[in-house]
Design a protein around this ligand. Structure first.
Ligand code: SAM
Length: 375
């Protein structure tokens, strides 16, 4: 099949039909041509490379497939590790966030993370150019988005700034704030940007180094923001919060070694279980590492609050060191979760309290706080 390049709106309509959500949100995806915001070379899932000059049909098809497309690695520097740092998010995820934001026609919206500018165009199409401000930290990414927006005749305001904002104050204040990068600490300025009551929709995760994150939908009322998580999702981290932190040392002597039946790495390798654990037990991160003569990698777990660590091996060995016995803690927490009927992500929520200076994760009700961090 050859795709007529002058008729992408047919493809946009097909994409819109596949997207969940209310009609007025899905309709945006039929109106705004995604391909006009994408660079000539981009990467899909599994690092599939789409090069417009090599295969324009495949590139165009990728643009109208419901998938995230990576548009920048390593903050645009050469010779990096190939870490994705900017993308056009998957349309169904964008639709989920736009729906969760409950944007009304008179609302002003602030977006953190302009990326390609596609979401800013969707927002502008929803409420009008003059009601949208979008902030992008990377000057090259912001410049590209501005060009794409001009070429597609959208005119939201795009600012090149750190949206975690040491500098407060986009004027006028907004009613809705949508972040398209993950945070573990919702910046105070996001609450301050909201005039009185409003809503923040942001990917959130307790710490970098746990898999994925959850969609936090927070109702803001003055100095307080509160709401449930609406399921899992994965976004790149906000630049100021992506520091990796501790890594369990290779080869160091453990305080305790025990052996269990089966492969104890299982719950750590399952993304859903590991994400759930991160909501229940704060202050850890993990990764995989190969031992010189081993056939399979082990899982290392490191505390982000002290020097404790653990190593979990395919042959059943569990090594732990430091005052936090991380694997034992995780086992206790999982048992606690099972005893409470295995609550889902959507049973958990987050409260940000600027006056008391803390952020807490709760289960079912804000009064049932599981853990808090100082802001
Ligand atoms: C997933 S992409 C955004 C997708 C975008 N909304 C779109 O429609 O294409 C995340 C973007 O957030 C930007 N970003 C990361 N940290 C930021 C920060 N502190 N302030 C503003 N932008 C940030 C990244 O540079 C990246 O372009």
């Amino acid at each position: 099949m050859t795709i007529a390049h002058d008729a992408p709106l047919g493809l946009a309509r097909e994409l819109a039909e596949q997207i969940p959500g209310p009609d007025h949100i899905r309709g945006l995806f039929a109106k705004v041509p995604r391909h006009r915001f994408l660079p000539d070379v981009m990467w899909g899932p599994g690092q599939t490379r789409y090069d417009r000059s090599a295969d324009p049909d495949e590139w165009m098809r990728a643009a109208y497939t419901d998938q995230a497309l990576i548009t920048q690695h390593d903050d645009g520097t050469e010779g990096g590790r190939g870490v994705p740092t900017s993308s056009s998010s998957a349309p169904s995820v964008m639709a989920r966030m736009l729906t969760a934001a409950r944007i009304e026609h008179h609302h002003r919206v602030l977006e953190i993370g302009t990326g390609t500018g596609y979401n800013a165009a969707l927002l502008a199409s929803l409420v009008g150019d003059d009601r949208i401000t979008s902030v992008e930290i990377d000057p090259d990414v912001a410049a590209r988005a501005r060009r794409a927006l001009i070429e597609t005749e959208f005119a939201p305001t795009v600012l090149t700034e750190d949206g975690e904002g040491r500098r407060v104050g986009y004027q006028p204040p907004c009613d809705r704030l949508i972040a398209t990068c993950t945070v573990s600490r919702v910046p105070d300025v996001w609450l301050r940007q909201i005039h009185g009551r409003g809503r923040i929709v942001t990917p959130w995760a307790p710490t970098p180094g746990v898999p994925g994150g959850v969609l936090a939908v927070l109702d803001v009322n003055g100095d307080r923001a509160e709401g449930r998580f609406e399921g899992g999702l994965s976004f790149m981290w906000a630049r100021g919060q992506r520091q990796a932190g501790h890594v369990a040392p290779a080869g160091s002597e453990a305080d305790t070694v025990k052996r269990v039946d089966g492969d104890p790495r299982e719950p750590w390798l399952d993304g859903d279980q590991a994400l759930m654990l991160s909501l229940l037990m704060p202050g850890w991160r993990y990764g995989m590492r190969m031992e010189p003569d081993a056939e399979e990698p082990y899982v290392w777990i490191a505390s982000t609050t002290c020097a404790s660590w653990a190593r979990v091996h395919a042959d059943g060995r569990i090594e732990q060191a430091g005052k936090r016995k991380l694997v034992d803690q995780a086992d206790q927490v999982r048992a606690w979760w099972r005893d409470r009927g295995e609550p889902d992500y959507t049973d958990f929520g987050l409260t940000i309290d600027l006056v008391r200076g803390h952020q807490s994760v709760w289960l079912r009700e804000p009064s049932w706080a599981l853990w808090s961090t100082k802001r």
